[in-house]
Design a protein around this ligand. Structure first.
Ligand code: ADP
Length: 330
């Protein structure tokens, strides 16, 4: 593996898991996960998501198929060594209760035999990265933190040895909805910085849409029903299973992942009293401004310069036919 690489692709080829009792958790799943992207595995409870995730770091051994991380088959590698190169975050974190936060975060670097000073630096760097001041929180014990803070420590610990892959199994499910949204936002910002290959399991479609670069919708036995970026999944569900899974309000969800369609804007025609929204905003933000200001249009600006007007009709037309210009109105 190239020592400068901080993310690696994952290739799943016809992977299968049949448990000893005969249960076929994963039938035959083939997927290519791009380096540096967040892939979300979503599907109903029991469809095999966790089994897929745990086969990647060999917490579960597949009964068929091939898994490659950075082009190298995981089955041929030493399992303990493999797991040190793959970060793993679970619900309720699993921090060591009798160790301080710093010691918890430094777990894998210690196993790897890093010098003490380097572990200390790395630990403080990561705590800062996940928004926990090292001086304030580093010497505390897990029970002295809130659930959300513990979850941040879990993420810091998983990233400590700069793994090429980060596996996350329902990482934000155990915290209340407000904290969950905040953690999701933080995770998105963090991922923009670290750009790991992340595989995240969830049963929450809103979380999938918020965090995924691509979403894999699985049905029973980990049958892959659709594998697409959030906007595509919401705009064009591949079949009834996906349509039902993403929900009847997929139009609302689509607003949040659809940029303002610049090609639909009409000229402002001089000074306007309409509220203003930045050109890099989403349709959700544009609609929120319209609703807040009681206006059926917004002026879209780029670096403060008006680019054109977006109307509520434009939003409806964009969602009805993403990527296509609005029909001409007489
Ligand atoms: P998910 O993460 O989508 O909820 P899992 O991967 O945990 O699903 O489980 C997939 C299927 O495999 C389920 O039917 C579950 O009951 C079964 N399963 C999980 N672990 C075992 C096991 N150790 N032995 C037998 N069946 C199992």
């Amino acid at each position: 593996m190239d020592g400068t690489r901080t993310a690696a692709p994952i290739n799943l080829e016809r992977i299968r898991k049949q448990y000893p009792d005969g249960t076929v958790a994963v039938d035959s799943l083939t997927m290519d996960l791009a380096a540096g992207e967040t892939t979300v595995l979503i599907g109903p409870s029991g469809c095999g998501k966790s089994t897929v995730l745990r086969m990647i770091n060999r917490l579960i051994e597949p009964t068929g198929g091939t898994i490659r991380v950075d082009g190298v088959e995981v089955s041929g590698q030493d399992a303990a060594k493999l797991r040190r190169s793959i970060g793993y975050v679970i619900q309720n974190v699993g921090l060591f209760p009798h160790q301080t936060i710093r010691t918890n975060v430094g777990t894998v670097p210690r196993l790897l035999g890093w010098p003490k000073a380097r572990i200390g630096e790395r630990t403080d760097e990561l705590l800062t990265l996940v928004g926990l001041e090292p001086e304030r929180y580093g010497n505390r014990y897990p029970h002295e933190l809130s659930g959300g803070q513990r979850q941040r420590v879990g993420v810091a610990r998983a990233l400590a040895a700069d793994p090429v892959v980060l596996l996350m199994d329902e990482p934000f499910s155990a915290v209340d909805p407000i904290v969950r949204t905040r953690l999701q936002d933080e995770f998105r910002r963090l991922q923009e910085t670290v750009r790991k290959t992340v595989v995240l399991v969830t049963h929450d479609i809103d979380e999938a849409v918020r965090l995924g670069d691509r979403i894999a919708v699985l049905s029973e036995h980990a049958h892959l029903q659709q594998f697409a970026p959030p906007a595509e999944l919401l705009a064009a569900p591949a079949n009834d299973f996906v349509r039902e899974f993403v929900g009847g309000d997929r139009g609302i969800k689509l607003l949040a992942v659809t940029p303002i369609p610049r090609e639909r804007l009409t000229p402002t025609g001089g000074p306007s009293k309409a509220p203003v929204v930045a050109a890099d905003a989403t349709l959700q933000e544009a609609l929120a401004v319209m609703l807040r200001e009681g206006s059926n249009s917004v002026v879209v600006t780029s670096n403060g310069t008006p680019e054109g007007v977006l109307t509520a009709d434009d939003i409806v037309a964009t969602l009805a036919a993403p990527g296509k210009p609005a029909p001409a109105v007489e």
